[in-house]
Every structure is written in structure tokens, then in C-alpha cells.
Design a protein around this ligand. Structure first.
Ligand SMILES: NC(=O)c1ccc[n+]([C@@H]2O[C@H](COP(=O)([O-])OP(=O)(O)OC[C@H]3O[C@@H](n4cnc5c(N)ncnc54)[C@H](O)[C@@H]3O)[C@@H](O)[C@H]2O)c1
Length: 244
């Protein structure tokens, strides 16, 4: 896909799906600002992506509105505008309701939901100027419920529905869509699940997904090829939502 010269900000791009998405946008000719929680993690990711001249760093915590404003402001300044915002930063935990305390709940909601909402809000005028697009990274767990990850499902269900609502509010200028990945082979899944081969069995396609497979869905939704798509939730989940 061609994004020649487009200005793209990806939150949580120091590793995993975000970093793979940065790689794909770079390959498409975009200029990419990479966010991660710390300066060191962003510098490391830029190095791992070959220190490309079309890469910029926009480190910072997206769990607060002020943090989101700082991150988006830095990216818009360095890139000279913004065409695409990918709200990818997120955290996951498998914790039973009985063991979920307020701090854990707050961190899931603050990073996964508040971060998505306030980064989008901070990017509004830049995206309005460019007629750009937002792609949120929700989850298949935002479309289905799962015992043991209720707080995570809550946060990702919120991302799916804020995508729909934002799409209506920002139309016709800015398109807003989300991807809903099943289990993807990243540090998040490797740390979060005891046995990934067991997870693979759950999917009709009998495997888990790759970060690049999700990245390609994100690029499609951000591209002019998806010009008539807004408010959509694209499942990239090996068939999980087809009938489980
Ligand atoms: N891996 C999966 O199985 C899977 C499945 C469905 C959805 N997702 C979603 O995809 C997104 C990316 O996940 P991943 O698998 O690449 O995870 P990951 O843990 O490998 O990477 C997450 C990234 O988010 C960043 N991040 C976390 N909190 C942040 C904060 N407060 N401020 C800034 N950056 C922060 C981390 O630094 C990291 O770069 C997340 O939103 C996740 O919920 C992942």
C-alpha cells in the first residue's frame, strides 16, 4: 500500500503490533512517529527499524489526557501535520473479577480506553486539516466476552463502540475504524498466556496470528482503498467471531 509522504503516529509502537505497523507504513513510504512509554524504548525501536530517516520519536505515557496531548503534539510538530493516527498502545491481564482491584481496573481503562479517546481528541485539528484517518486497535475480546479477562473485555468493548461513535461525530472529514485481533504472537500474548499452542487450538484456523497480519489490516483501513469505510470493526481473528 502506498502512503508516500503521509504523516503517521502509532502509539505503543516500541514492540509488537505497533512496531510491525510502523515497519509496514515505512515500507509504504510514510513518515512515522513512534510512541512508547519511555524515551529509551522508542530509541531502541527506531534502531531496530533501521534508524530510518522517515522515523521520529514521540515517547510518553498515553494513560492521561495530558500525556496524550504531549505525545500527539510532539508528533504533529515533528511530522508537520498528521494524516493517520493508530491508537495501538494497550495492556492485557488475565485476572478474575474477585482478584481485580481498583488500580488494575484503572490502568486497563486509562491506557486502553482513555488513551484512545484523548489521543484522538488531541489529533482532531491536525486530522481535520488533512482529512485523515484513525485506526484503533481493539480486540476480538471487545466483540466476545471471556471469563477471566472481564476488565480487559470491558476496555476493548469500549474501544469498539467509541470507534463507532467517533466515526459518526468526525464524518465526513475523518474516517475512524478499528481492528479486532485474536491472539497474536507478541510479548503481550507470550507473557499473558501460559501456553500459546493451547490458544491456537481455539481458532478455526488452528493457529494464532502474527503482528504483520494485524498491521496489514491497519494499513488497509488507513488507506484510500478503505475510503468508504468508517465505524467498522475488522476482525483479524482466525475465524473466532464467525461462530464461537
Ligand atoms: N497480542 C495480542 O494477542 C493482542 C490481541 C488483541 C488485541 N491486542 C492489542 O494490540 C495492541 C498492541 O498489543 P501487542 O500485542 O503489540 O502488545 P505489546 O505488549 O507487545 O506492546 C504494547 C505496546 O504498548 C505500549 N504501551 C503500553 N502502555 C502504554 C502507555 N501507557 N503509554 C504508551 N505506550 C504504552 C508498550 O510500551 C508497547 O510498545 C494492544 O492494544 C493490545 O491490547 C493484542
Amino acid at each position: 500500500m502506498v502512503f508516500n509522504g503521509s504523516a503517521v503516529l502509532i502509539t505503543g509502537a516500541s514492540r509488537g503490533i505497533g512496531k510491525a505497523t510502523a515497519q509496514e507504513f515505512l515500507a509504504g513510504g510514510a513518515r512515522v512517529a513512534i510512541n512508547g512509554r519511555t524515551e529509551a524504548s522508542v530509541a531502541q525501536a527506531i534502531k531496530e527499524l533501521g534508524g530510518h530517516e522517515r522515523l521520529e520519536g514521540a515517547p510518553g505515557d498515553v494513560a492521561t489526557a495530558a500525556g496524550c496531548e504531549a505525545v500527539v503534539g510532539a508528533a504533529v510538530e515533528k511530522l508537520g501535520g498528521l494524516d493517520v493516527l493508530v491508537n495501538n498502545a494497550g495492556v492485557f491481564t488475565q485476572t478474575l473479577m474477585a482478584e481485580t482491584d481498583e488500580d488494575l481496573w484503572d490502568s486497563l481503562i486509562d491506557i486502553n480506553v482513555k488513551g484512545t479517546y484523548f489521543c484522538s481528541r488531541a489529533a482532531l485539528s491536525a486530522l481535520d486539516n488533512s482529512g485523515g484517518a484513525i485506526v484503533n486497535v481493539a480486540s476480538e475480546a471487545g466483540l466476545n466476552g471471556y471469563a477471566g479477562i472481564t476488565a480487559y473485555c470491558t476496555s476493548k468493548g469500549a474501544v469498539v463502540n467509541l470507534t463507532r461513535s467517533m466515526a459518526l461525530e468526525l464524518a465526513p472529514t475523518v474516517r475512524v475504524n478499528c481492528v479486532c485481533p485474536g491472539v497474536i504472537d507478541t510479548d503481550m500474548a507470550r507473557i499473558g498466556f501460559a501456553d500459546l499452542s493451547k490458544e491456537a487450538e481455539f481458532y478455526p484456523l488452528k493457529r494464532i496470528g502474527t503482528a504483520t497480519e494485524v498491521a496489514k489490516g491497519i494499513l488497509y483501513l488507513a488507506s484510500p482503498d478503505a475510503g468508504f469505510i468508517t465505524g467498522a470493526a475488522l476482525a483479524i481473528d482466525g475465524g473466532a467471531t464467525a461462530g464461537h
